[in-house]
Ligand binder design. Sequence first.
Ligand SMILES: *[C@@H]1O[C@H](CO)[C@@H](O)[C@H](O)[C@H]1NC(C)=O
Ligand SMILES: *[C@@H]1O[C@H](CO)[C@@H](O)[C@H](O)[C@H]1NC(C)=O
Ligand SMILES: *[C@@H]1O[C@H](CO)[C@@H](O)[C@H](O)[C@H]1NC(C)=O
Ligand SMILES: *[C@@H]1O[C@H](CO)[C@@H](O)[C@H](O)[C@H]1NC(C)=O
Ligand SMILES: *[C@@H]1O[C@H](CO)[C@@H](O)[C@H](O)[C@H]1NC(C)=O
Ligand SMILES: *[C@@H]1O[C@H](CO)[C@@H](O)[C@H](O)[C@H]1NC(C)=O
Ligand SMILES: *[C@@H]1O[C@H](CO)[C@@H](O)[C@H](O)[C@H]1NC(C)=O
Ligand SMILES: *[C@@H]1O[C@H](CO)[C@@H](O)[C@H](O)[C@H]1NC(C)=O
Ligand SMILES: *[C@@H]1O[C@H](CO)[C@@H](O)[C@H](O)[C@H]1NC(C)=O
Length: 578
Amino acid sequence: MKIHWQMLVIILVATRTLAIVDLRRQKEVSTSSGRVPTDEVNLSRSQDNPMLFFEVTKPIKLPKEKPCSVQLLHHDFGYTYHKAPVLVEYRPPPNCQKNWTKVVMEWKATCKGRQYDRIAGVWLSGVEILRTCTAEPTAKGIEWIILKDITKYSSLLDKPQILEVKLNNVVDQTYTGVFHVNITFHFYGDNGKEGLDNPAHAHLILPISLPSSEIGGSWFQIENSSDVQSKSLQLPPNAYRAVLEIFVSFHSDDEFWYSNPPNVYIEENNLTGTAGNGPFREVVAFIDGVLVGAVWPFPVVYTGGINPLFWRPVTGIGSFDLPSYEIEVTPFLGKLLDGKEHTFGLGVTNALYVWFVDANLHLWLDDKSSSAIRGQLIGHEEPSLESSVVSNFKGLDGSFRTSANRRISSSGWVESSHGKLITHTSQEFKYDNLITFKSNADVQIVQQEIATNRKVIVESAKGIVLSSKVDTFFPLYMDAADVDGGNGTDMEIANVSNAFNKDVSIVAPTGSFFSSLNNTQNAGGYMITKNNLVQSGLGSTQEMYNYQSTEGCYSRAVSVSNYTFLSDSTDSFCGYTS
Ligand SMILES: *[C@@H]1O[C@H](CO)[C@@H](O)[C@H](O)[C@H]1NC(C)=O
Ligand SMILES: *[C@@H]1O[C@H](CO)[C@@H](O)[C@H](O)[C@H]1NC(C)=O
Ligand SMILES: *[C@@H]1O[C@H](CO)[C@@H](O)[C@H](O)[C@H]1NC(C)=O
Ligand SMILES: *[C@@H]1O[C@H](CO)[C@@H](O)[C@H](O)[C@H]1NC(C)=O
Ligand SMILES: *[C@@H]1O[C@H](CO)[C@@H](O)[C@H](O)[C@H]1NC(C)=O
Ligand SMILES: *[C@@H]1O[C@H](CO)[C@@H](O)[C@H](O)[C@H]1NC(C)=O
Ligand SMILES: *[C@@H]1O[C@H](CO)[C@@H](O)[C@H](O)[C@H]1NC(C)=O
Ligand SMILES: *[C@@H]1O[C@H](CO)[C@@H](O)[C@H](O)[C@H]1NC(C)=O
Ligand SMILES: *[C@@H]1O[C@H](CO)[C@@H](O)[C@H](O)[C@H]1NC(C)=O
């Protein structure tokens, strides 16, 4: 038995040595860095120019004026493992106009040689602004650019900060790829507009993460289910709205958490080196030990995941800019405005080594209130997680159906110069996963669906002043078959279908907004590996990205096979024609 993709990509994350066993050959493999070598493709490509890798996303709407651009970082990430993060002083650029309305971060990187996919984080004084995965280089070299709208972090950009970048890489005789990374901030002004006073952006953002001096980076590294890591914060007494933004990525034993079988299967088959705990995971957020919210994450497949040939040059959904998740925690302000310290904790249900999790607390402050802001939590319900597993297996073959549900709801009022506002929030989650093993577990099929619904309703004495709803739906299908490739080689044939669907609707007396995103990738192909290096193979990927909103539309359809574009079309047309 061999669950191959679980061994193909291990993102090197920490100091511990992992000994992963190829179960079919019962032979331990390790590299000079003490880990399983992965997926670099030893395919010579004919093109001479570096290939441009990209993730399909909608373009950022930019003001017409030229930006004022400041390059903050130019660094070569060679052997960075066990080394402190790169720290750079950030100062609001004095010669850029102060009233910017849009700030875009540009991450530009090149790499040549053979290398794993690596995880990286970018923080401003502990507030995370980007979680990203590096692309996997080829011998001829690759390049990629990530553009991210960071305007919502304006309150930080207005003051001096420490820019921190952590990217663990190992360079040796086999893994030769050094990542050359440049980070530039582009400030776009728009005279006469509200600039920093945009009500959508918090006035203060506090980090729930480790200090920038931490050698392993500012993210918390969650190692198991009981590992809750926290930070104590004292909130300013004039906060009237609070939102937690959570960043998460999963690695090593939990990189492919959605395909992990239950422990009973591992125990009965005497398997060693197979990651278990079943396929259900959730990030849980606590304030003073009380569960206030959860994130049931989108299963991002990194650029080396399942079959690295699927992700060239179109990378997996979310791989270059991992989604963050927002939880409205305004109802709890009544408990937090007492001037005392409160703990904000983060954990991962069923976690195996290792999850990188941290959060940003976005706060809106009232400058006008003459008396102190008061508030009270008036209701909070968090019935425990409902979950079930139905196992049906004999030896290595069989199936496991895992289901889970959760609901959290809270209400609280806050009285500020905006009046007395009651905020009601609800979070609902649904999970279903079916794992099937066939042919003595040489074939594994995973079918998973995660649906979440978040609602916020804000009421004043006069009635509802805001109503917002965010629905996400993440269906995932994956099958992989391992076949003997002959001559000491292994062949993996796999298909993946992954989709990120998100609908947002905001209704306020001043106007309403809605958006709908359907982003689907289908990939299929094979690869032949020898000693965990890819000898040959083929990957084909189709992606359909369809975004509609009251502020405009964007769609793109891309089809790539064997590194070659078969088709690529974009459209900014709203609505369907017949
Ligand atoms: C990569 O391919 C080249 C040319 O086919 C070969 O000489 C070399 O040994 C291969 N390297 C590895 C590590 O397989
Ligand atoms: C920014 O805009 C405000 C009004 O919104 C104005 O008072 C201020 O002078 C502007 N600052 C600069 C540097 O343009
Ligand atoms: C990164 O910045 C350096 C210094 O400004 C420049 O020489 C280099 O060409 C840049 N690299 C890329 C990939 O743009
Ligand atoms: C979970 O992880 C924490 C943090 O590393 C560790 O202290 C604790 O012993 C672990 N618990 C279990 C049950 O392994
Ligand atoms: C697992 O190990 C136990 C004890 O050595 C043995 O009795 C059992 O047959 C083994 N099961 C399998 C499926 O190999
Ligand atoms: C195995 O290697 C031999 C000798 O190099 C070659 O003749 C044969 O075609 C190879 N078989 C496969 C299946 O690649
Ligand atoms: C994977 O998809 C290919 C066609 O794209 C199909 O021929 C193959 O049967 C699929 N594999 C499985 C295990 O379903
Ligand atoms: C996304 O899919 C849903 C359900 O299939 C559909 O109602 C919605 O209109 C789609 N949105 C877009 C932008 O295609
Ligand atoms: C992929 O393209 C290369 C040329 O770039 C070609 O040599 C190879 O045969 C193709 N592979 C498949 C499976 O079509």
